[in-house]
Design a protein around this ligand. Structure first.
Ligand code: GAR
Length: 191
């Protein structure tokens, strides 16, 4: 059984989608959800789905002995950032090489970096009159949105699309692909 820990900061629709996908399969399970936001909606979702969840503050995240020792103890096969907005400290990147992945709601290297998250990304895509956008799933390194790309999927942006319309298209791509890409990383025969 492969074990995943999910990090999420907000609504947690991706976290829920990943949890329910693997609840219907035997080879992978989500063992814990961690959040930096004690009021995040993802915590309600975890309660409903009967998944362990906990929140932590910046000090606990930065200080190696707290979050780090918990992660080391659980020793997950993969750490999945699903709408997690804090930068991953270098000590964690080093402790889990090629074991931390992130989903970004644009076609990196476009629209990445600090401050580029959620609706900010879709508004920038709209403002620049892009004709396409998409999602990127990538390994996490010490720099925001710069680790090796694992997977991308595209969608069209129509002239009449608002940022909310773009967000909806991105959401659909995320729901469709993220769990399958995780599965293909953990169980390569599924590729
Ligand atoms: C997702 O669209 C994800 O790609 C994005 O935040 C959203 C979280 O939604 N992540 C970033 O922008 C990271 N830079 P969710 O909480 O409903 O899963």
């Amino acid at each position: 059984m492969k074990r995943i820990i999910i990090f999420a900061s907000g609504s947690g629709s991706n976290a829920e989608n990943i949890i329910t996908y693997f609840q219907q399969r035997e080879s992978v399970s989500v063992v814990l959800v961690m959040t930096n936001n004690p009021h995040a909606k993802v915590l309600e979702r975890c309660k409903r789905l009967k998944i362990s969840a906990l929140s932590f503050n910046k000090t606990a995240f930065r200080k190696q002995e707290i979050v780090h020792s918990l992660l080391k103890e659980i020793n997950p096969d993969l750490i999945v950032l699903a709408g997690f907005l804090w930068k991953i400290p270098e000590y964690l990147v080093k402790a889990f090489p090629n074991k931390i992945i992130n989903i970004h709601p644009a076609l990196l290297p476009k629209y990445g970096g600090k401050g580029m998250y959620g609706m900010h990304v879709h508004e920038a895509v709209r403002a620049n009159n892009e004709t396409e956008t998409g999602i990127t799933i990538h390994y996490v390194n010490e720099h925001y949105d710069e680790g090796g790309i694992i997977f991308q999927a595209k969608c069209d942006v129509d002239k009449s699309d608002s940022a909310e319309d773009i967000a909806e298209k991105i959401h659909e791509l995320e729901m469709e692909h993220f769990p399958k890409v995780i599965e293909s990383i953990l169980l390569p025969k599924h590729v």
